[in-house]
Write a protein that binds this ligand. Structure first.
Ligand code: EPU
Length: 347
């Protein structure tokens, strides 16, 4: 295990905010994981697990504890039949690298999750999703170190209670309990997704006259759409979608429609009010905000940090967006990225 002391969280997270973490450990084996947790236990310090920091916001007070960075590597095909295939990757692998590994072999089920930043181990935590797919549809199991019982466990799909951006790993009494060491997906072998696809993806495919919906072709399309719209975290500081989409009941959707709001009815019967739409309709797209932030002119859900150094600056920008949208539409936006605080202090 590689241990460093007093490391700026702003350097570990793509929004580039946050004070110092007391310790940071990089783990590349199971022995390392156990050693890191023992170290924290002996020092009576809280632990926070981080991948690439693409969906995490640091606070000014930093973190008086141990941040563990998962650097466990490896990808393999575990089992393959003519119908489906089990593929496994270690938690420290780059998520998009794993998607590429799958698509190149013609395996289908995660092609729409191309070009999402972050690590494999972080992907199930918030049930990443895009263009109609989310990882709950294909995850077979995760291997994890259970820090309560100090043992390795295998959790099946149903045990993870996956919903929109929510799972046992980030919501409820077991949040922070499991350190995910590996993720195994069950993908389709030699199957192609069928149209119609999610709006923006379908539009891209039509415009580019792509009718072979192979995993690799869809991966390229999704990557191109994302590259055109979403900032590269290496160039512009952001944390992906900054607000959650709002899920409405049948009744709420009806009222909202009558008021002229744009609602998307999902194939599963639920209704989504796009936070990006609300922000754009409130006139905030591309706008400068107090605190040194602006809203991307390509995607209204993306908040970009131009010059802010302090979490207080983020609070100012966030408050401005939430207030403007609330005043206009009566919906209160909720932040999507998590904040790097000791678990017992999380709201
Ligand atoms: N919209 C606008 N203006 C905008 C952006 C969106 O009006 O500037 C409206 C449009 O009506 C559009 C709809 O929102 O048709 C959906 O937009 P988009 O396809 O861009 O998706 P999103 O709802 O804004 C979600 C995820 C993204 C994911 C995309 C693609 C959340 C919070 N975000 O965004 O995930 O890539 O769908 O499926 O659910 C992330 O979580 O970091 C992330 C990037």
């Amino acid at each position: 295990m590689k241990l460093r002391e007093n490391v700026l969280i702003s350097e570990l997270t793509t929004m580039r905010l946050g004070g110092s973490a007391r310790f940071v450990a990089e783990v590349s084996s199971l022995a390392d994981v156990k050693e890191a947790y023992e170290f924290a236990k002996d020092a009576k310090m809280p632990v926070y697990i981080l991948g690439d920091g693409a969906n995490t916001i640091g606070r000014d007070e930093g973190f008086d504890g141990l941040i563990i960075l998962n650097r466990m590597k490896g990808m393999e095909v575990v089992e393959e039949t003519s119908d489906d295939v089990l593929v496994r990757a270690m938690g420290g692998e780059n998520w998009d690298g794993f998607v590429e590994f799958c698509c190149e072999r013609g395996y289908s089920g995660v092609e729409c999750l191309s070009a999402i930043p972050g690590t494999v181990g972080a992907a199930p935590v918030q049930n990443i999703g895009a263009y109609g797919q989310d990882i709950s549809q294909t995850v077979d199991n995760v291997e994890a170190y259970d820090t309560r019982e100090n043992e390795m466990v295998i959790l099946g799909r149903d045990e993870m209670k996956m919903a929109y951006r929510s799972t046992i790993f980030n919501d409820g009494p077991d949040a922070g309990r499991y350190f995910i060491t590996a993720v195994t997906l069950r993908l389709e072998n030699d199957e192609k997704l069928e149209p119609p696809f999610y709006n923006s993806l379908q539009k891209y495919l039509d415009e580019h006259q792509i009718s072979d919906y192979s995993p690799l072709n869809l991966r390229e399309a999704v990557s191109a759409i994302r590259a055109a719209k979403l900032p590269d975290p290496a160039e512009e500081a952001s944390a992906g979608s900054f607000f959650k989409n709002i899920h409405l009941s049948d009744e709420e959707a009806l009222t909202a429609r009558e008021e002229g709001l744009k609602i998307y009815d999902k194939p599963d019967g639920s209704h989504v009010l796009n936070a990006g739409w609300l922000i754009e309709a409130a006139g905030l797209k591309g706008k400068e905000l107090p605190g040194g932030f602006h809203i991307s002119d390509k995607a209204a859900l993306i908040l970009i940090n131009d010059s802010a150094k302090s979490y207080k600056d983020l609070e100012k920008a966030r408050a401005e967006i939430v207030r403007t949208v609330f005043d206009k539409f009566g919906f209160r936006l909720e932040q999507e990225p998590v904040e790097l605080v000791a678990k017992e202090r999380r709201a």
